[in-house]
Design a protein around this ligand. Structure first.
Ligand SMILES: [Zn+2]
Length: 408
């Protein structure tokens, strides 16, 4: 490819190749996250020259990643330019979500279009990993049956409720899975020669909300999601905070109550022992074993003004606020996103959460933060898993082969 005049004269071939790769990434990422764009739009979005954009978009078209719709005069002076958009029907990733209560698989097109999704609820129980992998394969077969023949599946992203080591996709602990090389198992079971990336569901919920949900306009957010345990993820300066081993963001195990109850992790008084589902049901005098159904009936009771349910929720909100105050002081996010159980109970706990935040956070941190329920709900980590899977494609679109039949 020639004609990439965005680089200064006299740079080495290596440097110019790296600038070209970075510019392809910039354009494809813009189309993926912000949608279709004319060349003038892309000039405004990226700061690249119109000429460079023409060449780069041409290359993305040749590689089958982008399609250009014909130019139509728009009443503005100058030549009308064609509109470039992600070729979502021919480029997909598989996103998988393995939660305690459900598993889901989706085919997500470039640009974020969810083309197909299959989800099954399942009873809480410890079960062998091969059973879960078998279910994922069955759901994948159902999801991919509707894809067209020309479609490329680029990668698989998997969100799991467990601690995942970033270097080798090893699942270290999970409430109902055990310790397993989950990425390799899924890749082998699918029989597809594609990368499989695995990460914690809280981290991917944060990524989903940041790229496609309520956090699109901010660079710093904390996502916390209640279920049986409490998961979370942190986006700092636009990036997922993973730590050197991939374990960062385990907000459920922040110690908050030295006089509290033992946690599954072996410690005492972790945040999830005070704000998880069991804690809420205990506070309301209900049997924790009854799970989500008992939570729903409790919410109905609170809506009717039942005082036991309301005071349990208020106390729950207080403990949510205590944990959030610590996170807000440490990370000074612009946004705290409440997912899962926290999203469900948000209307009943918002006041108590705000009270605790006001009392316990530094004034500048408190003034800068908004607390809001998740926009993506149960799909947050599934959408985040798709975004994880897209990262290598967006990172080096020029590494993909040219496709015969790609139309300019
Ligand atoms: Zn713990």
């Amino acid at each position: 490819v020639t004609g990439l005049d965005a680089t200064p004269n006299g740079t080495s071939g290596q440097r110019s190749a790296s600038v070209r790769r970075s510019n392809l990434t910039t354009i494809l990422t813009s189309l993926h996250l912000d949608g279709a764009a004319s060349r003038s739009d892309l000039v405004a979005r990226t700061g690249l020259t119109r000429g460079a954009i023409g060449v780069l978009v041409g290359e993305l078209v040749d590689r089958g990643l982008v399609v250009e719709d014909p130019a139509v005069p728009d009443g503005n002076p100058g030549r009308p330019s064609p509109t470039a958009r992600p070729h979502h029907a021919d480029n997909v990733v598989l996103a998988m979500n393995v939660l305690v209560d459900s598993i889901a698989v989706a085919a997500v097109g470039l640009g974020g279009t969810m083309l197909a999704v299959e989800r099954v609820e399942r009873p809480r129980a410890r079960r062998p990993l091969d059973e879960t992998v078998g279910q994922l394969v069955a759901l994948t077969d159902a999801v991919t049956a509707s894809l067209r023949g020309s479609c490329t599946v680029h990668a698989v992203g998997v969100a799991v409720a467990g601690i995942v080591r970033g270097s080798d996709n090893m699942l270290i602990t999970a409430p109902n899975l055990g310790q397993e090389p989950v990425g390799a198992l899924i890749r082998d079971a699918l029989g597809r020669d594609v990368p499989v990336e695995v990460a914690n569901e809280g981290d991917l919920g944060a990524l989903g909300e940041s790229r496609r949900g309520i956090g699109r306009e901010v660079t710093d957010l904390v996502y916390v999601s209640g279920e049986v345990g409490v998961g979370g993820g942190i986006i700092s300066d636009g990036r997922r905070l993973t730590g050197p081993h991939g374990f960062a963001g385990e907000v459920g195990h922040v110690p908050v109550n030295p006089d509290g109850i033992p946690c599954n992790c072996g410690a005492v008084g972790c945040w999830e022992t005070e704000v998880g589902e069991d804690a809420l049901l205990r506070r309301a005098g209900r049997d924790p074993a009854l799970g989500p159904a008992a939570i729903e009936s409790m919410i109905v009771a609170a809506q009717r003004g039942d005082s036991d349910a309301c005071s349990a929720l208020d106390l729950h909100g207080r403990w949510i606020g205590i944990g959030l105050a610590g996170l807000v002081n440490v990370f000074t996010p612009s946004l705290v996103v409440l997912g899962g159980l926290f999203q469900r109970v948000h209307p009943f706990v918002a006041e108590a959460v705000d009270r605790e935040l006001r009392a316990r956070t530094l004034a500048p941190a408190h003034e800068g933060v908004t607390v809001a329920p998740s926009a993506l709900g149960v799909d947050a980590s599934l959408i985040g898993a798709a975004e994880l899977a897209w990262e290598p494609v967006l990172g080096d679109p020029g590494a993909l082969p040219f496709r015969r039949g790609a139309l300019r």
